[in-house]
Write a protein that binds this ligand. Structure first.
Ligand code: NA7
Length: 863
């Protein structure tokens, strides 16, 4: 029996959910002096641990870490008995927490919030409970969990079955005795994989219906890991702080070893160590690149498959249990205890639904295409409508009468997974767009709760009544979330991370994969910038600093961070030979470049002597002849050579199906202006004249260049036009230098901190050209007459000092009637798009560049 209601009809905050999030939220908000009530449809605290009582249910994060960290005394008062605690122990812990902080008096159990509607005039949320009660609150906070709304079993005939039916996510409190029964389990996610070995211990016959085999590794459960316990006892605060600034919410030393380059011995050693350790983040971090690179991922995946084959006696069953349709880690891997061994028991059988799909659930069991199965009980372990489901299950209506469900019809849109435009004073704990399910939830939960509590406290202290994100900030965050996902392998999988497990749900990557550390910094940064991207209002005052908190591509940011840790001297402070040596040393560390059909080196006659060139012939199409692109490398007319832009040339060749002839023109300071420009023009003429001998199609000629190479490519086009030939079909100018004016806004915005600096650009200019020459059209092609030039594709990068001159060239070409395509390398620097195989987000930009090249030649893109 619930005690009589004591809920006031007006509260500072209402919280939905009494799990890890709701309990801590209640504690913090109450401590901060807010009136707050928590509602939960469960009969007690626990959230996910209240409902998921199936046999074998355990956490998959070590208990040393899957625990509250906010109160050292709480930690001292509780000792976990195992590395991975069982559901009853975790539930016991949450009950202990509720009692310790006297939380129950402000929790309304067995009561769900069914509707929430924003009263714009009163600046309050009006809430309705499933008991028909109405109440009002200033702030409405959903702490309703990411995996709390079970997915309905979308299987034909599910209602026909007359035997016992169980859902792992709604398991009977009194437990289930399967002794002597014929049992079916449908689903082989974490819930199925954890429960199957224990159900098999009781059942007389167990049939597992598997649609998708899952990667699972042995948990090696036992006492809490000694190394973690030791670190905690020596420095608890340091350990918890390290968790906050770790990638996944557990202190871990990330590796920089790449699967693609590691030796077989190192690969095996690292994998076996992770296998023995039995931790999710360990096996997900065997190699730095396994979440990004398919080859590296396959190395780990195959080693897991080997383990499965070595464990399961029947080869056919073993093969059916080997996951092959998704990259390892793109669906949440499982930790198990004797899962694969269970299939060696004589009364346990696997039905592979890929071979024998379920045609219907029947009155007595399950019919597949080939067989009729009878059971005494069916267990559905079929998962959840993850992340968005629990939020949109409540009818939340914001400003203008728009419901959250309507707003999210094409996928969730949030600012940091915390709030959503149109829903003032509405917060989500671990909502879509935050690290949530990709992290140790307890760390992410505490961070969100602390952030919300601080926000509400600030609002109260400064007299604000409402807070809401701006459209710009929310769109920017959504873009960043998808940018982070796009460089990973995750979007390729039909996972619940992608919403793919629920028929009709939009396919969008739901959590934030950028890391707990990166996420926390974003949340802290926007607060430090005066709540960037939020609109706050109160009586007589509004405050809004609009903007986007993260605009750089995530892998570009990582490269910049890495370079910062190396602490290289600024190139412009070095003698030229030293600067060249540093560039060569950095280039030597690059991963293998894309394969092309053939690479040959040669020399062509230039005005000052022979110029080395490297010719890249495509592998596809197999037969030539091919169009030809004459390419000029970057390096400020001072640095660079045939090796420096080799990966980019290979990439362009492979993608465009054109021969790329990369020409090593003369460099400054040895050969100053106009040497490079003259060489470029000479090279274009020579290639044009010798196209057939080079394997090219005569007349199918384009030029391309990056940075200073873009400068001489553009100049060569002007010279060719003025000289009446050769005929150039197109010019691909990547972040080109087209003017000598270093005062444009992009020099102000990006002049420092993004590798190519204003200082370095000045150094280049000083080495290449006298100040008196810098208005010459062979140096500053932007100042020339652009009419009659070949069609152009100009690529600009957001974080490039040269961005604005590139944009000016686009405008000027356009004004001169030259067909021009502008490719914006969003979130990139001057150098990042060239980092083939390192900066994955550069690939779509290079694909556009290749498409532009093929467009010049009038043929389709190949890759
Ligand atoms: P999951 O991981 O979503 O697993 C659900 C399983 O049920 C999975 O194997 C599904 O196959 C299967 N499934 C779902 N619907 C069907 C139908 N209609 N027919 C056959 N099989 C079906 O949920 P869990 O509860 O195991 O785990 C959720 C998370 O909780 C877990 O990752 C941990 O973080 C804790 P599919 O893969 O969709 O082919």
């Amino acid at each position: 029996m619930n005690p009589p209601r004591t809920v006031p009809d007006e509260l500072d905050a209402v919280v939905v959910g009494a799990g890890f999030s709701g309990l801590y939220l209640l504690h913090r908000l109450r401590q901060a002096g807010f009136s707050v009530k928590v509602f939960d449809s469960a009969g007690d605290v626990g959230g996910t641990w209240y409902w998921n009582r199936y046999p074998g249910a355990r956490c998959d994060i070590p208990t040393t870490d899957y625990t509250y960290g906010f109160d050292p005394e709480l930690e001292a008062a509780w000792t976990w008995s195992e590395k991975y605690a069982t559901q009853p122990e975790i539930l016991g812990y949450l009950r202990f927490v509720a009692d310790r902080y006297d939380l129950r008096r402000d929790i309304e159990f067995s009561t769900g919030i069914t509707a929430a509607s924003w009263d714009a005039a009163g600046k309050r949320w009006n809430l309705t409970t499933d008991r028909g009660e109405q109440l009002r609150c200033r702030h409405y906070i959903m702490a309703s969990g990411c995996l709390s709304l079970p997915k309905s079993p979308d299987i034909i005939g599910a209602g026909l079955y007359t035997g016992e039916v169980y859902y792992t996510s709604r398991w009977p409190h009194e437990g289930v005795d399967f002794t002597g029964k014929r049992v079916a389990v449908i689903g082989t996610g974490s819930s199925g994989i954890q429960s199957i070995p224990l159900i098999a211990e009781q059942a007389s016959q167990l049939t597992v219906f598997q649609r998708t085999p899952n990667f699972s590794i042995p948990a090696h459960n036992g006492p809490a890991p000694a190394d973690r316990l030791q670190r905690l006892s020596e420095d608890r605060d340091g350990y918890r702080e390290a968790a906050k600034y770790s990638r996944g919410g557990i202190p871990n030393e990330p590796t920089d070893i790449l699967g693609i380059t590691a030796s077989e011995e190192v690969r095996r050693e690292r994998f076996e160590a992770a296998w023995e350790q039995g931790e999710l983040f360990g096996i997900l971090g065997v190699f730095a690149d396994q979440g990004l690179n398919p080859i590296s991922n396959e190395i780990v995946a195959e080693m897991i498959r080997e383990k499965i084959r070595a464990t399961v006696n029947d080869p056919e069953t073993a093969e059916a249990l080997c996951p092959k349709d998704h990259y390892f880690g793109t669906k949440r891997p499982c930790l198990d205890t004797n899962y694969f061994q269970t299939y060696n028991l004589p009364h346990v059988r696997l039905v592979d639904l890929r071979k024998q799909p379920i045609t219907s659930i029947t009155e007595t069991g399950v019919d597949t295409a080939d067989e009729s199965h009878s059971f005494d009980a069916i267990v559905y372990a079929t998962g959840f409508d993850a992340m968005t489901g629990p939020v949109t299950a409540v009818d939340v209506t914001g400003t203008d009468g728009l419901s959250l469900k309507e707003k999210w019809v094409a996928g969730p849109s949030t600012y940091l997974g915390l709030m959503s435009v149109g829903f003032p004073n509405f917060f989500m704990i671990t909502g879509p767009g935050s690290p949530s399910v990709l992290s140790n939830m307890t760390v992410s939960i505490e961070q969100h709760v602390d952030w919300v509590t601080d926000c509400l406290t600030r609002m109260r202290d400064q007299g604000f009544e409402t807070i809401e994100p701006t459209e710009l900030a929310e769109a920017g965050w959504g873009q960043h979330v998808q940018d982070c996902a796009a460089i990973s392998l995750h979007p390729t999988a039909d996972s619940w991370y992608m919403g793919a497990n629920v028929p009709g749900k939009p396919r969008v990557f739901l959590p934030y994969i950028g890391g707990v550390d990166a996420y926390r910094r974003a949340c802290d940064d926007l607060v430090a910038q005066g709540y960037l991207g939020f609109r706050l209002s109160g009586p007589g005052r509004d405050e809004c600093r609009d903007g986007v908190i993260r605009t750089m591509q995530p892998d570009v940011a990582v490269v910049l961070e890495l370079l910062a840790t190396v602490g290289l001297p600024p190139l412009e402070t070095l003698p030229v030979p030293d600067a060249r040596a540093i560039m060569s040393a950095i280039n030597a560390t690059r991963p293998p470049s894309p394969e092309v059909g053939e690479v040959t080196d040669g020399a062509l006659p230039g005005p000052g002597g022979d110029l080395p060139y490297r010719l890249y012939r495509p592998a596809v199409p197999a037969e030539g002849p091919y169009p030809i692109v004459v390419y000029f490398h970057g390096g400020g007319w001072v640095l660079g050579d045939l090796d420096s832009d080799d990966p980019l040339c290979r990439d362009l060749c492979a993608r465009s199906g054109a021969i790329v002839v990369s020409v090593n023109y003369r460099h400054a300071p040895e050969d100053r202006f106009p040497a490079a420009a003259e060489d470029a023009f000479a090279a274009v003429r020579w290639v044009d004249a010798n196209a057939a001998d080079l394997g090219g199609i005569p007349g199918q000629l384009a030029v391309a260049g990056w940075s200073a190479g873009g400068n001489i490519a553009a100049v060569a086009c002007q010279l060719a036009r003025d000289a009446g030939g050769p005929r150039i079909l197109g010019q691909l100018l990547m972040h080109p230098v087209v003017d000598s004016d270093l005062t444009r806004q992009s020099y102000v915005d990006n002049g420092d901190g993004y590798i190519l600096t204003k200082g370095l650009m000045s150094w280049f200019w000083d080495h290449y050209a006298d100040p008196a020459d810098r208005g010459d059209l062979r140096l500053a092609p932007l100042r020339g007459d652009l009419a009659g030039l070949p069609p152009a594709c100009v690529v600009t990068a957001d974080f490039d000092p040269l961005r604005d001159e590139g944009l000016a060239y686009v405008d000027a070409l356009h004004a001169a009637g030259v067909p021009v395509r502008h490719v914006r390398a969003r979130g990139h620097t001057h150098t990042s798009v060239t980092m083939v195989g390192v900066v994955i987000s550069g690939a779509p930009v290079r694909a556009e560049m290749a498409e532009a090249l093929t467009g010049f030649f009038g043929v389709r893109t190949l890759a």
